[in-house]
Design a protein around this ligand. Structure first.
Ligand SMILES: [Ca+2]
Ligand SMILES: [Ca+2]
Ligand SMILES: [Ca+2]
Ligand SMILES: [Ca+2]
Length: 222
C-alpha cells in the first residue's frame, strides 16, 4: 500500500525574481516524482493535503485507480511516497476535484467515471491512510469537476460537465449537485439540477471564477 517511489508525474515548480517579473512570467523546474506510475492513462490530476500535515500532496487517477503522492517535505526526504487510494475495475476515472465533502477535516475526492457515466466520491479514511471507500452518487458522467460552496451554507456543491458531444450530448449541460440529505456518501442525499437553461455549446471543459468581482461565483464555458 505504501511504497517508496523515486518518481512520476511531472511537477512544475514556479520561480521568478521580482526584478524580472514584469517582463518574464518566470522559469519552471521539472521535478519527477514517479518515473513508473501504475496507470497508463492518467486522465485526472489534483492536489490537496490528504494526510493533513500542512504540506500539499498530489493525486492522479485513470483507468480503475486513484493514487496520491505524499509530499516528503515534513520528513526532509526527497522521495514522494505513493499511496494507492483505490484500485478496481477500469471505469475510466476522469475529471476530479478535491474537497472535504463530509466536513470531517479530511479531504475527499469527487471524480467521474467515463465508462460508467457515473460521478463518484472517494472518502478519505482519515489522514489518507489505507483504502478509500468509493461512493457512486449518480450520472451523467463528468470529465470536468469543481467544488465550491455556491450558496454559502458551509457545504460544498459539486459542479460537473461531460463535454464530449459523442458521449450523447450531455456536454451541453452543466450540473450542480446540492447536498440536501445528511449523508453525503449516499446518492439520495444529492439533488442535481441543470445550471444552464439554454444550449451553451459543446466545447470541452469549463471553469469557475468570480468574473465580475461581486462575491458570487460564475461559470465560464464555451
Ligand atoms: Ca500532506
Ligand atoms: Ca472528509
Ligand atoms: Ca453550499
Ligand atoms: Ca460573480
Amino acid at each position: 500500500m505504501k511504497q517508496l517511489k523515486q518518481l512520476i508525474t511531472t511537477i512544475i515548480l514556479f520561480g521568478f525574481t521580482l526584478s524580472t517579473a514584469a517582463q518574464n512570467p518566470g522559469t519552471f523546474k521539472r521535478l519527477i516524482i514517479d518515473d513508473d506510475p501504475p496507470i497508463s492513462r492518467i486522465w485526472a490530476k489534483g492536489k490537496g493535503d490528504f494526510n493533513g500535515n500542512g504540506f500539499t500532496d498530489f493525486m492522479i487517477a485513470g483507468e480503475g485507480s486513484v493514487i496520491w503522492y505524499e509530499n516528503p517535505a515534513q520528513s526532509g526526504r526527497t522521495e514522494w511516497i505513493r499511496h494507492i487510494a483505490y484500485s478496481g475495475p477500469n471505469i475510466g476515472f476522469e475529471g476530479c476535484a478535491v474537497g472535504d465533502i463530509n466536513n470531517n477535516g479530511h479531504l475527499d475526492i469527487v471524480i467521474g467515471g467515463y465508462h460508467t457515466s457515473m460521478v463518484y466520491i472517494l472518502e478519505n479514511p482519515g489522514y489518507g491512510a489505507g483504502p478509500w471507500k468509493i461512493h457512486p452518487i449518480g450520472g451523467p458522467k463528468t470529465d470536468a469537476t469543481y467544488l465550491y460552496d455556491l450558496d454559502g451554507d458551509g457545504k460544498l456543491e459539486i459542479i460537473t460537465r461531460a463535454s464530449e458531444l459523442w458521449s450523447g450530448g450531455v456536454g451541453r449541460d452543466i450540473q450542480i449537485w446540492k447536498l440536501t440529505g445528511k449523508d453525503p456518501f449516499n446518492a439520495t442525499s444529492w439533488n442535481r439540477v441543470r445550471a444552464n437553461r439554454r444550449d451553451v455549446g459543446t466545447g470541452e471543459h469549463f471553469n469557475i471564477g468570480d468574473v465580475n468581482s461581486n462575491g458570487k461565483m460564475d461559470i465560464i464555458n464555451v
